[in-house]
Design a protein around this ligand. Structure first.
Ligand SMILES: C[S@@+](CC[C@H](N)C(=O)[O-])C[C@H]1O[C@@H](n2cnc3c(N)ncnc32)[C@H](O)[C@@H]1O
Length: 282
């Protein structure tokens, strides 16, 4: 399998074809590049190389895989510019792209290892307009599968925190949160509490609550404690059943995850919990 993968990562034109056909085939094969990348990143190979494991044997030991497998994976990813090998010494180095994977590791692993199984069932999802989580994950939702493993939860939470933190400055400066001083703000499906924590850090008179699945808030609490989000509280539960009472509720990157019926369920829980003159921010 790995030799096929290596062959596929090479530039494609093996027989005469139009540029358009070449582009189409390259795109069709590109999942192999994503999977190879996600695997190397999941095994922390870029970190191992950065930290001095530069022979194939040392990288294999750090990654916990046989040397021959490491050799094949490294060579495959060298064809698309993540690693370089010095031919005289056989030692590996990260390219700039290889080094760049380290800061976004959790996002790469989340996409390549958590999201990809769902995409395998896109045809069924389109035909039935139902979630395909049972087929893809053996559970009713991807999250029911994620929460089985604390490492998956930590990777997922760190990925969402990274994604949302890129927006936080704009959210804090472009919106007048001070109008909610003295009120209770609940971020529903709030992950590690990264958004609501940032809001109350800047506006300490707002009472912040992060609501998410119990396993998610358990990991989130530990992370938030190190961020100085004083006063932030966490509640665990399912937004299909209830959410905490609040004058202001935020839903960040939630609604796009669900079909219309499920979205109505989430919105109904918010309606039941929000003050009559409250605000829902999506
Ligand atoms: C795409 S993430 C968004 C996280 C965060 N709001 C952000 O924007 O960074 C979706 C969130 O919904 C949470 N979630 C999924 N199912 C849930 C449920 N039934 N009840 C509460 N939260 C849930 C997930 O754990 C996850 O934190």
């Amino acid at each position: 399998t790995v030799s096929v993968l290596y062959w596929r990562l090479l530039p494609l034109p093996v027989w005469p074809m139009s540029a358009a056909t070449g582009e189409v085939l390259a795109l069709a094969a590109s999942f192999q590049q994503s999977f190879a990348l996600a695997t190397a990143v999941e095994l922390k190979i870029p970190e191992a190389i950065r930290d001095g494991a530069t022979t194939t044997a040392a990288i294999a030991t750090a990654a916990g895989i046989p040397e021959d497998s490491a050799n094949r994976l490294l060579r495959a990813l060298a064809t698309i510019g993540f690693f370089e090998q010095d031919h005289a010494s056989g030692r590996w180095r990260n390219t700039e792209k290889g080094e760049a994977t380290i800061a976004v590791r959790d996002t790469i692993v989340h996409l390549g290892k958590h999201c990809a199984p769902g995409w395998m069932h896109l045809t069924d999802a389109l035909k039935t307009q139902r979630h395909v989580a049972q087929q893809a994950y053996g559970h009713d939702t991807m999250w029911d599968w994620l929460v089985q493993d604390p490492e998956r939860v930590a990777t997922f939470n760190a990925n969402m925190q990274l994604a949302t933190t890129r927006l936080t400055d704009a959210l804090l400066t472009q919106y007048d949160w001070s109008q909610y001083n003295g009120k209770r703000l609940c971020d529903v499906g709030g992950g590690r509490g990264h958004l609501v924590g940032s809001v109350i850090k800047k506006h300490p008179e707002i009472k912040g609550v992060c609501f998410d699945l119990p396993e998610v808030v358990a990991e989130g609490k530990q992370w938030a404690a190190a961020q100085g989000f004083d006063g932030l509280t966490f509640e665990g539960g399912s937004f299909f059943e209830r959410v905490p009472n609040a004058e202001v509720i935020t839903l960040g990157h939630i609604i796009h995850d669900w079909n219309n019926d499920k979205c109505l369920g989430i919105l109904e829980s918010c309606r039941n919990a929000i003050a009559d003159d409250g605000t829902l921010i999506i």
